[in-house]
Design a protein around this ligand. Structure first.
Ligand code: CAA
Length: 295
């Protein structure tokens, strides 16, 4: 299948990775050449991990990389696509603009999917002339490792399009789960209030960063504590999703913790900015509590 992925960031390069590994022709599109270069380098690095772990051969890695081309122009990047997966920043206006652009340039039969983690599929679909062909395809980070694809039907999404996306997800080794289109869907409706509560617990001084994360790792068998996971997802993304939940349901229980708002305002976004609840040094796996939270 010919698949275009819009956005070469954390999620976009992972999505391009798994489709190329699954035998599909991928065009990775991003307005910035530097992001494309960084995305391709990340894909190669992550495939190297798989080669080192014997889950991918060197020849299959080379073949998968050769199936990915890049483009800085959305119009030409989607011209031949049978499926477009948009994985741009979690910003409604930006996504609406991208979907208008894709709709104007992709072939009539092309399915338009979004990797949004919380924005209404129905709203995105309404920006196009093909709402029956618009669907949510929500991958989890790190995409090459996590099995789940949350498949979200918008108000008009057709059965045939839903089936095609479920089948395609299975064919690349993922487990698709079909859900309906309400703020946060299922994954973030449950995950983000937990992360927000962990931040609230820290804010109130009930426990420190390491204590809260250790309770959840060892007590609930989570691979990462909620504060480390928030850093990994990006604190700006967590805040954006909580705002969608808060606005979508109008319930105070979704109000973002003031500490989260403060950290995002200060540019402390987690792994990607080098500091969140923990401090990060590129190339090091060391996890050090950030100076603001050292006890
Ligand atoms: N690409 C390919 N392989 C990768 C990888 C990547 N980006 N990252 C990790 N791996 C592989 C490693 O090579 C390793 O492989 P083996 O099992 O074959 O040895 C395996 O994954 C485990 O990695 P590590 O040993 O480096 O580290 P770890 O055991 O600490 O696991 C983790 C890392 C998989 C990220 C784990 O900590 C984890 O599962 N964390 C929680 C992730 C999670 O909850 N993701 C969902 C976030 S929410 C979201 O994405 C959606 C949203 O809308 C916000």
């Amino acid at each position: 299948m010919k698949i275009s992925v819009i956005g070469a960031g954390q999620m976009g390069n992972g999505i391009a990775h798994v489709f190329a590994q699954g035998g599909h022709q991928v065009v990775l599109v991003d307005i910035a050449q530097a992001s494309l270069d960084k995305g391709m380098a990340t894909i190669a690095k992550n495939m190297d991990r798989q080669v080192a772990k014997d889950s991918l051969t060197e020849a299959d890695k080379q073949a998968a990389l050769a199936r990915i081309t890049t483009s800085t122009d959305t119009a030409s990047g989607v011209k031949q696509a049978e499926l477009v997966v948009e994985a741009a920043t979690e910003n409604t206006d930006l996504k609406l603009k991208i979907f208008r652009d894709i709709d104007a340039n992709a072939p009539a039969g092309c399915i338009l999917a979004t990797n949004t983690s919380s924005i209404s599929i129905t709203r995105i679909a309404a920006a196009t002339k093909r709402p029956a062909q618009v669907i949510g395809m929500h991958f989890m980070n790190p995409v090459p490792v996590m099995k789940l694809v949350e498949v979200i039907r918008g108000y008009d999404t057709s059965d045939a399009v839903t089936q095609a996306v479920m089948d395609l997800s299975r064919a690349i080794g993922k487990v698709p789960v079909e859900v309906n289109d309400y703020a946060g869907f299922v994954a973030n409706r449950i995950l983000m209030p937990m992360i927000n509560e962990a931040i609230e617990t820290l804010f109130q001084g009930v426990g420190g960063v390491e204590e809260i994360d250790t309770v959840m790792k060892l007590g609930m068998a989570h691979p990462m504590g909620p504060l480390q996971l928030a850093d990994f997802i990006g604190l700006d993304t967590c805040l954006a999703i909580l705002r969608v939940l808060h606005e979508g349901f109008g319930q105070p229980k979704y109000a973002p913790c003031p500490l989260l708002v403060q950290m995002v305002t200060a540019g402390k976004l987690g792994v990607k900015s080098g500091e969140g609840f923990y401090s990060y040094t590129p190339g090091s796996k060391d996890l050090k509590v950030a100076p603001a939270f050292a006890r």
